[in-house]
Design a protein. Structure first.
Length: 290
């Protein structure tokens, strides 16, 4: 199929882009990489009257570490570029690893990090990592900018805190904490397919006791938004992340995770897969703890 007719414009500033989005006389959609939007246009699942191309706004293409040590990724920065960035790989390896699970190289070279976050497919990798890493989202509107947390940003399936007249301009990842091990793993029918279920894990080792000081466990494909499972985290904290602790964490997944079922997998299959992935990811994350 072909998309319905639309107008196209490429503003040079964030202010111009936001003004176009705020124009109530016609429906507008933001385009950066087009990884998700172009297929939706071709299938006529989206029928905007105007496409607002943000790739010519210089500051939105930036990827840098600011003076406070936080990683800032602009809305037009591509996934492959972010994953290959040395600062990202050294300071935020969980993010780089998760990007490697997205589709195929051609998709990662077109798609943007912020585009995936704003699209918010609940099976996608980047929303899960954003919640695990306590990301913040900078959103611009005609009345100024606001910043929301990852917990506030993801509202429901394909729905975020960004209003139709607003633009997600950047995502900010806090400075990496000391002593963390990490892992990202997912279950998919084939590499490049959407995850049936996936998990991001961060473990911090207590150097004195040799036990888990803090834990973050977040699942994708387990609900309408990324799911942080505190019961699994509690099962790990204070332990040596050994066999008994991992078994307790797996039991927490079976008891506390409530994924849906669909044509791709039953709820029980997703729950069982999530428990298996958690054990494997926690083992890897603990081995990576300095």
């Amino acid at each position: 199929m072909k998309p319905t007719p639309f107008d196209y414009t490429a503003p040079a500033t964030v202010g111009e882009a936001v003004a176009l989005l705020a124009d109530e006389t016609r429906e507008a959609k933001v385009m950066a990489g087009g990884q998700s939007l172009v297929p939706m246009l071709n299938m006529r699942l989206a029928r905007p009257e105007l496409l607002v191309d943000i790739t010519r706004i210089p500051e939105l293409g930036r990827v840098h570490v600011d003076e406070e040590g936080a990683l800032r990724i602009g809305a037009a920065a591509g996934q492959a570029r972010v994953a290959a960035d040395t600062a990202v790989r050294d300071g935020w390896p969980l993010l780089a690893a998760a990007i490697g699970h997205i589709g195929h190289p051609q998709i990662r070279h077109r798609g943007t990090v912020c585009g995936s976050l704003a699209h918010h497919d609940p099976a996608a990798e980047l929303p899960t990592v954003a919640l695990a890493l306590d990301a913040r989202f900078v959103i611009a509107g005609v009345h100024g900018t606001r910043t929301v947390t990852a917990g506030e940003f993801f509202v429901a399936t394909f729905s975020t805190a960004v209003e139709p007249d607003e633009l997600l301009t950047e995502v900010v990842f806090p400075p990496p904490g000391a002593g963390h091990g990490w892992a990202f793993d997912e279950l998919a029918r084939r590499h490049g397919d959407f995850a049936t279920v996936g998990v991001a894990v961060l473990l911090q080792r207590d150097p004195g006791a040799g036990t888990v000081r803090t834990a973050r466990v977040v699942f994708c494909g387990a609900g309408p938004v990324p799911v942080r499972l505190s019961s699994a985290e509690d099962a790990l904290i204070g332990t040596d992340a050994g066999e008994q602790a991992l078994a307790a964490a797996a039991r927490a997944v079976h008891a506390g995770l409530a994924p849906g079922g669909d044509v791709h997998a039953t709820a029980e299959y997703r729950r069982e897969g999530a428990a298996h992935l958690l054990v494997r990811a926690c083992t890897t994350a603990w081995e990576r703890c300095p």
